[in-house]
Design a protein around this ligand. Sequence first.
Ligand SMILES: Cc1ncc(C[n+]2csc(CCOP(=O)(O)OP(=O)(O)O)c2C)c(N)n1
Ligand SMILES: [Mg+2]
Length: 328
Amino acid sequence: MSVPDKKTSLALLRSMMVIRDFEETADKLSLRGKVSGGMHNSSGQEAVAVGVLSALAEFDVIATTHRSHHHTLAKGFTPREIMAELFTRSTGISGGRGASMHLGDVTRGHFGGNGIVGAGVGIAMGAALGIQQKGDKKVSVGFIGDGGMNTGRTWEAINMAVIYKLPLIVIVDNNQYAVETFVGRVTGGGDLAKRAEGFGMRAFNIDGMDVAEVRKYTSEARERALAGEGPTFINAVTYRYYGHNVGEKGQYRTQEEIERWKSTKDPIDHFIAVVLEQGYANQAEVDEMRASVRAEIEDAVAFADSSPEPDISTIYDDIDSGMLGVQL
Ligand SMILES: Cc1ncc(C[n+]2csc(CCOP(=O)(O)OP(=O)(O)O)c2C)c(N)n1
Ligand SMILES: [Mg+2]
């Protein structure tokens, strides 16, 4: 896999470090009751988020899942505004009314996380249809988990994207488990890319622990979408280090399996080795980067903690009263 230039590689590494530190910090705070409603930790899956988002333009749009901190950080939202949302504070990206599962800001190209498994691809497909109808030169990315691969609506959305040649990229953030269910046990045919090919789209199974590989495949998919060649499906195989959600015990897999992924495939360790080998940084500079990330996340926690709760008068903000058919 060809390695991006020095500036890009260091930015990719730092972005993955930010996600890891953010998640591990927020996980502990969640156990202390600071994160309203709990959260889904994405540790281990950093290369998927950073690889994809680094290949997009700022104005491209995404729709994501219940596990969305990593995608949202990689899109350029700050640790401060995301931590504040987890704490349900008014300075959070959803004004403190969404919490961990509902990070989003349509005005900044983020069509939200949500609690409905598989919904992200349908939302992203709708955004891609809008982009095509307006003649905009941008793409829409729909993130989905491996569990969402076995929901009907996912494939309805994919079929529409294929027949209309929509500028959609489907990213399976495949951490191999849907809560306690191993993907291999519930996937008919076994090969997700082949399944997508059956719908007539370009499809790839790739290493979701390798940020450079994820970035390359996404970049090529984006070029094809912009050239009017339609959607691409990318199944990025990765691994989640923690339970499905904070506090979940994880009795469906062995500690050995988790340790094996951490010690042989960790996306950050792997990319540090690449950066050192390329001579882009030395060990002291990598340590310095980690320390500056630590300070940034500590600052985000202090910011969130000192921010006010949203005022009760904002409770109906951003709800479309027309859709509900009621006067708010
Ligand atoms: C339509 C729907 N069915 C079931 C659930 C319950 N549920 C929440 S998360 C989850 C597993 C999702 O697994 P996956 O898509 O692999 O995403 P991951 O949690 O691994 O990121 C399930 C079944 C739900 N939220 N929505
Ligand atoms: Mg999964």
